[in-house]
Design a protein around this ligand. Sequence first.
Ligand code: PLP
Length: 425
Amino acid sequence: MAALYVTAVRTLRTRSPIFLAPRRFQSALASMKEILGGELEGIRQAGTWKTERVITSPQAANITVQGTEGNILNFCANNYLGLSSNPEVIAAGKTALDTHGAGLSSVRFICGTQDIHRELEQKIAKFHGREDAILYISCFDANAGIFEVLLGPDDAVISDELNHASIIDGIRLCKAQRFRYKHKDMQDLESILQQTQGCRMRLVVTDGVFSMDGNVTPLREICDLADKYNSMTFIDECHATGFLGATGRGTEEFLGVDGRCTIINSTLGKALGGAAGGYTAGPKELVTLLRQRSRPYLFSNTLPPPVVACASKVFDLLMQGEADLPRKVAENTARFREKMVAAGFTIAGDNHPICPVMLGDARLASEMSDALLKRGIYVIGFSYPVVPKGKARIRVQISAVHSFEDIDRTVDAFIDVGKQFGVVS
Ligand code: PLP
């Protein structure tokens, strides 16, 4: 009888919902909400919550922002050349909408390649002086899709420890032996190059410009070491293409080492019109293999025609010698940096339009950027985990469309607010 009772209870426990453990009563959705709610609360508690301010105008030097009055001076876009709302660029996008449609509803290799996609790839290759180029929907995808195609288990990838997240993710996907060298540390890089001499191929990977600090990679030294140890080089030029160097060719031109990098990846989503898109420019065989094997290229939709046309117009402007734009960004950058340093601020970086105003304390960076917004200046404070603890800053980004008056007004606002918070006297 007792045995019968035990069997009956066991059956009930496995079959009847009323005997299930209490946690199983919660639906999967409710559990997920509870778990994620806890994570969200953790982010709030840690003080690392990111709020998005809502812009109600096109991207430009002067913008309107929800919840604020009048025009705001914008110093935090990657709109380095000010071409995001340039009339010629917009007109090119509108024309392509009429002539080539809104989108292709296809990946490139099925029926997603138009004449304008190939034309843009050829322009990019010509601009960088490379054999060929391939477009992606973003540079994140270009970085995610290259390493596993190029490198296998017999190869090594050697990456600066502060490279962009998309490079880190791309490297995670590849089967090559992975090495990280200390940030910009050429001794460390050389010792890894020495250790890996038995590998079939080696690729040194670096950002051209590191976006949190506005500092430029030591490309000449990297290329010299790569030559010495017979390695290839890869550079991410998202914060350089279009404006760094006299004609905007990027870090190679800025440092006088034109044509020495094996592979260039960059974005169309910053200086080059600012819409979206990325690319790889490099040797023909690599680009051809990427078209066959690169997963973000093969399994994701093609770049929309208006976006292609906008970027294509930007390359025309740059190649027709609108060299004034890179000069204008450089001039504006020098003015801002000089005036801020003279006022007593510490500005990190290497004469790059990314000008991090170093403050140290996270709350100070956040409160000062709020105070600047009240004065009509839109800048953003960055703190841990985006930058190391104790190295909070306000990142100011300079554009060719800022006037000297805009720059001076911003410096004056920084001085006023800096005095109010005791940062400068
Ligand atoms: N690489 C670097 C250095 C970047 O700063 C960014 C953008 O933030 C990317 C890659 C990704 O570019 P995209 O916005 O085209 O995906």
